[in-house]
Design a protein around this ligand. Structure first.
Ligand SMILES: Cc1cc2nc3c(=O)[nH]c(=O)nc-3n(C[C@H](O)[C@H](O)[C@H](O)COP(=O)(O)O)c2cc1C
Length: 336
């Protein structure tokens, strides 16, 4: 049913500017996420394939990656599509508008997206309010929900730790895990926080503020293997509970036509690089902490490949935009 109607809905949405389509969809979902969840559930049945990660039980290995529901507007809806876990955010300590528009582009022929959103979000206090209301009303979903946190644009790099700590403290006890995002290409200087010295103070600060809540680190595919390995080692040394690889790339390999669009590339062309970087991260982690693979995943064989490499779970974003709401349950059925 969903797979039958999706081509029509997609054709309509793809008539709109990409960000307008995104806003319209999220606005609709946020109006009645529980009702819409109940409506889609009969069409998205898939077997539970529970996975333990950092003390959390993911319902299945395919989860929603950060950035799609930055403000946590439609949290009860995503598990109804079959996602085994959900990451909201990136949120920052200060609410911020993000970069100037246009900043979100579909590359339909390449099944890719280039975005330079720049962490447009309502801030971590607004997300905390939303999560608190969900918990208090007994509407917390049956799958873990993580909060991805980043640095506010107005906060200088040398005050980044406090910015991350503020968001962590606000969300402690509300999010099921934290992801420290130091890997988005659209906040000036952010990715420099992936260096050993900066991670060595940032991660302990967040871990301290997170209390009992697990903390994951999300890494960029544009780090060379040595730098990636250094970040992995440092993260594990200081006690991070998991790694997420990868974010979008500033590279433009694999596109069918040259582009001068700026920002992070995701989707099908990211897969070869992400796959390579995920392998580096998994090998270096050596089973010491779980790794969640992300980047260009669109088919069940790719999920199997990442799990066979040693990932414990995967996330996706861009393929969901192209394949539609039937994708997560379809992948889980194919994997079962
Ligand atoms: C429009 C867009 C916005 C994104 N925003 C965020 C974000 O706020 N925080 C983050 O950690 N990753 C963000 N990402 C990256 C995704 O979570 C994911 O790591 C990346 O897109 C690769 O996966 P994919 O090829 O399945 O999309 C964003 C991706 C897209 C396409």
């Amino acid at each position: 049913m969903i797979d039958l109607t999706w081509p029509v809905i997609r054709a309509l949405l793809f008539q709109l500017d990409a960000e307008r389509a995104h806003e319209l969809t999220l606005h609709t979902l946020s109006a009645a996420p529980d009702l819409l969840a109940a409506m889609v559930r009969p069409f998205t049945q898939c077997p539970a394939q529970p996975i333990q990660i950092a003390g959390l039980t993911f319902r299945g290995p395919v989860g929603l990656a950060a950035g799609l529901d930055k403000n946590g507007l439609a949290i009860p809806f995503w598990p109804a599509l079959g996602f085994g876990f959900v990451e909201v955010g990136t949120v920052t300590a200060h609410p911020q508008p993000g970069n100037d528009k246009p900043r979100l582009h579909r590359l339909v022929a390449d099944r890719a997206i280039i975005n330079r959103m720049g962490f447009n979000n309502e801030g971590s206090a607004a997300l905390a309010d939303r999560l608190r209301k969900l918990r208090e009303s007994g509407r917390w979903p049956e799958v873990p929900v993580g909060a991805n946190i980043g640095k506010s644009k107005i906060t200088p790099l040398d005050e980044a730790n406090a910015d991350y700590v503020t968001s962590t403290e606000r969300l402690r006890g509300l999010a099921d895990w934290f992801t420290v995002n130091v890997s988005s290409p659209n906040t000036p200087g952010l990715r420099s926080l992936q260096g050993r010295d900066t991670l060595a103070t940032l991660l302990p600060a967040v871990l301290g503020a997170a209390g009992d809540t697990p903390v994951f680190l999300k890494l960029a595919p544009d780090l060379e293997p040595e730098a990636l390995e250094e970040a992995v080692d440092l993260a594990i040394e200081v006690g991070v509970h998991g790694l997420i690889a990868t974010n979008t790339t500033i590279g433009r390999d694999g596109l069918s036509a040259p582009t001068d669009l700026e920002g992070g590339l995701s989707g099908r062309p990211l897969w070869p690089l992400a796959r390579k970087r995920i392998e580096t991260v998994v090998n270096r982690a050596g089973g010491r902490v779980p790794v969640i693979g992300v980047g260009g995943v669109e088919r069940a064989d790719q999920v199997r490949e990442l799990l066979a490499l040693g990932c414990r779970a995967v996330q996706l974003y861009t393929s969901f935009i192209f394949e539609g709401p039937g994708l997560p349950s379809r992948l889980h059925r194919e994997l079962a």
